[in-house]
Structures are given as C-alpha cells and as structure tokens.
Design a protein around this ligand. Structure first.
Ligand code: C2E
Ligand code: CA
Ligand code: CA
Length: 399
C-alpha cells in the first residue's frame, strides 16, 4: 500500500481513522472535501487506498467515485457511511461498475477491528500485526512483475496453504481449500491477490494451476497415509476452463497417483464461468462425468443466471464471504445467505458458507440449515505441516 488518503468532512472521524492507521504503522493524508483531494492530487499511485465518506457537503462520495473513474485514477476504496447498508451496497456496486477496486465498507461508528479486517484483505496480515521492520516495508511495497513471476514458477516457489471446512451439524472436517502463496526469497510470503491477476493477464494460469493441482495431490496422498481421507478443493480460473484438455490432464494425474476423483474438488467462480460459456460447459460437464466435484465459488457476486446454474452440474454452492461475514448484523446479507441455501438445496447441491468469522454467524448458519462452513472462526489458512497438526488436535465439534 503506497499511499492512504482519507476523505471525510468530519474532522473527528478523519482523526480517529488516522489514529487507527498509526496504530498499524501506516499514515494517511486527510482531506475534508473531495475538491481538496482532487486539487492536490492530479495523479495517484494505483496501489493507493482511499477511505471515502459517502455523505459530504459540496461533493458527495458518489461524485468522488465518478470523478475518480473519469480521471482514470485507479485505487482501492473503502467506503464509510452512517447510512444503512443498502446505500453502502449500491455505492459499492457503482464503484465496481467504474472498475474501482472496492475492498469493503465501514459503517459508522467505526471500530479498529473492522478496519483491520478490511486492510487484512489487501495487506498481508503479518504486515499489519508486526511493527514495521525494514523488511516488511519493502514487502508492503513489492509489486511483482511478470519476469519475477515466471522465475517463481520455474523455480517452484509457489506453495499451498490449506483452510479446513467442516460440517456444521456434526462438526466433522469435510475438506480443505488449497490457497496458493508465493514464497519469495527476499520478500517472504506473497498473497495470491498480488500475482494471480498478473498470471491471468499474461497467460500463465495453465502452468500455475498445474503446479497447484500437483501440490494438492501430494497433500491428498499424505493425508490419506495419515488416515485423514478428506478432499482438497482447488481454485481454477477462467483461463483454465477454456483449455479443453484440462479434464484429461487432471484425470490422468489422479489415476497415476491412485486417487479417486472425488478427492479433488474444483472451485470455479461465477465470473469465470461467464467468460466463454460454451467451452466452459463442455469442460465442466466432462470433469463431472469423470467424477470430480465442482463448486461454484463466490456465489452471489457474479451475474450467472439461474438457468446456467441449473445446466452446469455443480455439486457445491459456496456462498460469498461478503454476505456471510456480516449476516449477523445485516438483514439483507442474512436474507441473501438464506436464499442461497434454499437455492443450492433445491438444485441438489451441498452449500458451504465461506468467511465464517464468529460463533454468532455459525449459529445462524446452523439455524438456516447450511451444510458446511469455512472461515477464520474455524481456522485461518495454514501450511501443510500445520494442517496435519490441526487435524490431529481437532476433536470437538466447534458449535
Ligand atoms: P477465494 O477462493 O474466495 O478464497 C478465500 C479467501 O478468503 C482466501 O484468501 C482466504 O484466506 C480468505 N478467507 C478465508 N476465510 C476467511 C474469513 O473468515 N475471513 C476473511 N476475511 N477472509 C477469509 P487468499 O488465500 O488471500 O486468496 C484470495 C483469492 O485468490 C482466492 O479467493 C482465490 O480467488 C484466489 N486464489 C487463491 N489460490 C488460488 C489458486 O491456486 N488458483 C487460482 N486461480 N486462484 C487462487
Ligand atoms: Ca475459492
Ligand atoms: Ca470465495
């Protein structure tokens, strides 16, 4: 994160935010109006963050969003408001439609924990927790380029973290999601958000996904040897489901390793699906015929129509974390989660909620009949050895 700007007409609020940021060793520039901000900043670095109040006299937050888009100032955005969540949500949609990267929103009164959580989605957690040492400063600012990523792939510097998934009713572990990390020689662990889009833009996803699947298979075999027979889910990108040979590649790999196809689940986001519908239909149908489970990821954020959902033989519906996280405080999110659960069940899919961060959310999910859960409340993603340890220690149902 290169620069942080706070635009809020309430001075007390800016000061509070500034204080919170200082506590995390970050500083921000504050502006009491959008006009001041634009006067002072003709250009901004694309790795900047703008914390924007929606309700301001003169130029309101929505106008600021529109101007940012017009001036092609791409930055990450956090929206702040005292309005109800409906207003925040539509402002978020608007910013996204303008291709601004909205990380999330904060409802006044703002709490430090809320802000920390949002920042954790763009900045590696260690950077926030640890006080800034010289290495974490360079880490924060490091933006990999394509040559570095190619080198990382060739040198096999990517590793997997695993996040357990449990059945809500029984508390049993039913699987784990593999999440890729780049173990950089100099900058330490780099999160996928920093390099997956780069790989996607430069046609490197086939190579990347093959490495991920290879590593996942090693993990599955290792778990089975230790008598933990749980499937691993891997994420596949739009580019992967346009490669017609994918089903054969994966199928062969599992056969070579004497593994049942049900041990590997493929997660596809709604958005990826819509890219090339006919080809992805072909590939997904064949994957399903070969016995793989298919999960529709980030459900609720894309634009897939119900007929597509019905046509593709998904076995799992994964409700996007943006709704799950706040379903205990926001009625709209709760209604969406409830509807997703009903829809998934009607279509004979198992339903998993992602981003479960509290006992409250877990309890509501249980009441609503959601099958499975994944999130920080159960465990953060962790490296392979830690997963093994976690599985050994995990006994008690969590709710
Ligand atoms: P995703 O597939 O939606 O993965 C879930 C993300 O949410 C992970 O972030 C995970 O660490 C985070 N998360 C899990 N539980 C919680 C929670 O309770 N609260 C919060 N705030 N966050 C939670 P991560 O590991 O940084 O991955 C980000 C995204 O990168 C993934 O989102 C996925 O789209 C992509 N990605 C990760 N690994 C791969 C991969 O191997 N291939 C592809 N194509 N994409 C990947
Ligand atoms: Ca996923
Ligand atoms: Ca997701």
């Amino acid at each position: 994160m290169n620069n942080i700007y706070i635009i809020d007409d309430e001075k007390a609020m800016s000061e509070l935010l500034q204080l919170y940021l200082e506590e995390m060793d970050m500083d921000a520039k504050t502006y009491t109006s959008g006009l001041d901000f634009f006067n002072e900043n003709q250009t901004i670095d694309k790795n900047s963050l703008i914390i924007l109040d929606l309700k301001m006299p003169e130029m309101d937050g929505v106008e600021v969003i529109r101007l940012l888009a017009q001036k092609e100032l791409t930055a990450s955005l956090i929206l702040v408001s005292g309005y109800d969540t409906g207003v925040l949500h539509s402002a978020e949609q608007l910013a996204q439609a303008h291709h601004l990267n909205v990380i999330g929103s904060l409802v006044k009164p703002i709490e430090l924990s809320q802000l920390k959580q949002l920042l954790a989605t763009i900045i590696p957690i260690n950077d926030i927790i640890s006080k800034s040492s010289s290495s974490s400063i360079s880490h924060k600012n490091y933006q990999p380029d394509i040559a570095a990523l190619k080198y990382a792939l060739d040198q096999k510097q990517l590793i997997l973290f695993f996040q357990p998934q449990i059945n809500i009713e029984t508390g049993k572990v039913i699987g784990a999601e593999a999440l890729v990390r780049w173990q950089h020689e100099r900058y330490g662990l780099i999160n996928p958000d920093k390099f997956i889009p780069l790989a996607e833009r430069h046609g490197l996803m086939e190579q990347l996904t093959q490495q991920v699947i290879n590593m996942a298979i090693v993990q599955i075999s290792q778990l089975i040897n230790l008598h933990f027979t749980i499937p691993i889910s891997v994420n596949v990108s739009a580019e992967n489901i346009s490669s017609l040979s994918l089903p054969e590649f994966i199928s062969r790999l599992l056969q070579e390793n004497k593994l049942d196809p049900t041990m590997l689940v493929l997660e596809i986001t709604e958005t990826a699906l819509m890219c090339e519908l006919v080809t992805s239909l072909d590939i997904l149908t064949r994957l399903r015929m070969k016995g793989f489970d298919l999960s529709i990821d980030d459900f609720g954020t894309g634009y897939s129509s119900l007929s597509h959902l019905h046509r593709i033989p998904f076995t799992e519906l994964k409700i996007d974390q943006s709704f799950v996280k706040k379903m205990d405080t926001d009625d709209n999110s709760r209604a969406i989660v409830k509807t997703c659960i009903m829809l998934g069940h009607e279509l004979n899919m198992s339903v998993i909620a992602e981003g479960v961060e509290s006992k409250e959310v877990m309890n509501i999910l249980s009441e609503l009949g959601c099958d499975n859960a994944q999130g920080y409340y159960i465990s953060r993603p962790m490296p392979s050895e830690q997963l093994l340890q976690w599985l050994k220690n995990y006994e008690q149902p969590i709710i």
